[in-house]
Write a protein that binds this ligand. Structure first.
Ligand code: C2E
Ligand code: MG
Ligand code: MG
Ligand code: MG
Length: 287
């Protein structure tokens, strides 16, 4: 019976699995051409200071405009880019775009503006010297380190043999902020929070989604925020979609919010419009 069931399952799933594997292979091949064919875009999502509503930060999020499949989410292609090694080139492109834009926005609109970029853990592997290149590119663009934040995930801190620690230290010494993305979904060893140099925790959206008074998620969020503040870290809540979530986070003392409730990821032109509006309203004395 087990054998029959096994064989049955085999025959049912093989074509689907095969199709999925073929799609992955085709997409990986397309990914090799995507940079040269200028199929990547960056969109930007504001990060809002909860107490004041002020926007001095945004996160750059990658989009792939595939000629046949349309817009492909990074959740789908970043894993392919990582397993094929292409992520190094792609993230280098992201870095260059981000540095140019952050520099422009700080100069033209907001001297305190900070742009956050996501970094694959592969960038920090072994004795990686990428950070030296990044610091040179900042200097060449005239961008202060404070204009940039890098988002890494918990796995990097746990896997690392100490190489990543030293690289993060060098980045922070240059004024770049380090944020721990998707906090709470990884191994959540709290030990590294004091060992590593980190500026900010981003509470994963899975904890924010079901926030309610008295809920376990609210308790978790409050605990994370208290712990972070005790350690001198700032906190961003991800995936804020409702006014109720906004209010609970504010009540819990959370510093920043990011999510559809405040703003969807938008084009660079739309960010500029937003920053320009704010500049003109503040010179009218509205702020
Ligand atoms: P992430 O860094 O945690 O980014 C937050 C994700 O949540 C984004 O998805 C954003 O669009 C989405 N989001 C924002 N607000 C809300 C909300 O209110 N509700 C919901 N349901 N979702 C919200 P996105 O853009 O699809 O990016 C997915 C992941 O891909 C990112 O997660 C990040 O890990 C990765 N990624 C994005 N851009 C890059 C990049 O340039 N390089 C690398 N290596 N990874 C990237
Ligand atoms: Mg992120
Ligand atoms: Mg995140
Ligand atoms: Mg995420």
């Amino acid at each position: 019976v087990a054998k029959a069931a096994g064989r049955n399952r085999y025959s049912v799933f093989t074509p689907a699995l095969q199709a999925a594997a073929q799609l992955r292979m085709r997409l990986t091949n397309d990914l090799r051409e995507a940079l040269a064919r200028q199929q990547f875009r960056l969109v930007f999502q504001p990060i809002v200071e909860l107490r004041t509503g002020a926007i001095h930060k945004a996160e750059a999020l990658l989009r792939w405009l595939h000629p046949e499949h349309g817009l492909i989410s990074p959740a789908d292609f970043v894993p392919l880019a990582e397993s094929s090694g292409l992520i190094m080139e792609i993230d280098a492109w992201v870095f260059e775009q981000a540095v140019g834009l952050a520099q422009r926005w700080r100069k033209q609109h907001d001297a305190n503006f900070q742009l956050s970029i996501n970094r694959s853990p592969l960038q920090f592997r072994g004795e990686s010297k990428h950070y030296e290149h990044w610091l040179l590119r900042l200097a060449a663009n005239g961008l202060a380190g404070a204009g940039l934040a890098m988002e890494i995930t918990e796995g990097l801190l746990l896997d690392s043999d100490g190489g990543a620690h030293q690289q993060l230290q060098a980045l922070r010494a240059a004024g770049i902020s380090i944020s721990l993305d998707d906090f709470g979904t990884g191994y959540s060893s709290l030990a590294y929070l004091q060992r590593y140099e980190i500026d900010c925790l981003k509470i994963d959206q899975s904890f924010v989604r079901h926030l309610e008074v008295g809920s376990k998620d609210f308790a978790v969020c409050k605990a994370i925020i208290t712990l972070a503040h005790e350690l001198g870290l700032k906190v961003v809540a991800e995936g804020v979609e409702t006014q109720a979530q906004h209010e609970l986070l504010l009540q819990a003392g959370c510093d920043y919010g990011q999510g559809f409730w405040f703003a969807r990821p938008m084009s660079a032109a739309d960010i500029e419009t937003l920053l320009r509006k704010r500049t003109s309203s503040s010179s009218d004395g509205d702020r």
